[in-house]
Design a protein around this ligand. Sequence first.
Ligand code: HEM
Length: 462
Amino acid sequence: AELVDIPEPPGWPFVGNITALNPDFPLGSMTALADQYGEIYRLRFPGRSIVLVSTHALVHETCDEKRFKKSVNAALKEVRHGIHDGLFTATGPEEENWGIAHRILMPAFGPLSIRKMYDEMHDIASQLALKWARYGSDTPIMVTDDFTRLTLDTLALCSMGYRFNSYYSPIMHPFIEAMGDFLLEAGQRGRRLPLPAFMYQAVDKKFEDDIKVLRDTARGVLDARRAGNDDRYDLLSAMLKGRDSKTGKKMTDESIMDNLITFLIAGHETTSGLLSFAFEQLLRHPEAYQKAQREVDEVVGKGPITVDHLSKLPYINGVLREVLRVNAPIPAFTVLPFEDEIIGGKYKIEKGETVINLLAKSQLDPLVFGDDATEFKPERMMDEPFDKLMKEFPNSWKPFGNGMRGCIGRPFAWQEALLVMAMLLQNFNFVMEPGFSGAIKQTLTIKPKDMYMRAILRDGLT
Ligand code: HEM
């Protein structure tokens, strides 16, 4: 077959297509360019280029782990300054710490281990319900902020027995503030104009200071655990006690700290984004809302929610999967080919060139999801149709990434999200605060921007 040139939007000398991406909302620019240029296009930046693919067929090809691997590039590369070869930011198995941590942590993130964390997840979720009950129905709730408090507090408690107590604190915990600033700057560095280094002196110093706060906190937790005689089960204990089945090695202190920080980073905005988008979609789709709430009423009723209830919520499962299809909090993930590659039978990609899998487009592919692909329909993601979809169109739903570099925290996020959905629907009726524009805020992940809702207690708090 004949090769076809990959379309490229016109660029500028030296900076290439840097100005094609809106720094506040690069995803918006990327999807708009996909609408204009089609299934594939290339952008050029100083010193590198990227190829963006937007259809299921092309994403399916780049998910072949024999031909492509995760690319650690741009913002992710900057995040490595803080968390090195931790699971999320490692380049791959060629970095030994990735394999050791992966093998030690896989069972610790398995469904049975996550079940043991239920009581602590429930503790934090009930604190949220209590807070919202006390707000009363007259106070608009800043949804994403409170979900972020929830997910951070849950992760810190379940991963290392640490309580941030974010709900009632008017100021953020120093760790959380440092993490937010660190991630923001990592994102900005990835898009820096090629100016002399001294122009960036002040922000670089702040970047290093924030990293120090993160690492000092992790060090403190690790030392305290080792000094104490604690027999609690959590991810930290799994890392301290675990021994790699393949190499016989234990994780180093540095690697444990890298991964403690990694869990907080990788797990909080993603899960918080999922919950925020879930409420946005339910409030936009009253029928789906009714069905979800009815399911909770039938399965749980008025008593406390137990871990066993969570496996009996097929409709809410469909809601969460459908939210991750139309509003994936990580709306793209990046890979690179081991060798020069041809995809789609006609597009040539060079060895090592970054390919962005644009889930925000490929998960809406009409060839897979039909003419109503952009619509929110939880039914199509309930167990039976979902299993059929995964067989018929593998890699059409990729919100947790791909293969061995896919999300290790998926069972954790799923248990937490099901529990929170069930608890909130059980206790409250919600209304959207007028004025929400439907806009999206993008950092390393996406979430609804400035979305407020009100919570009206149904009966007393359960
Ligand atoms: C990897 C999504 C929750 C920890 C990933 C990747 C995605 C993802 C797309 C692959 C990234 C890439 O290819 O560059 C999500 C979503 C979540 C979620 C949508 C919630 C709804 C969590 C939680 C944790 C976590 C709760 C930790 C407790 C990780 C880690 C990796 C990862 C450590 C890297 C795995 C590796 O490469 O070895 N996640 N995630 N995630 N996630 Fe999650």
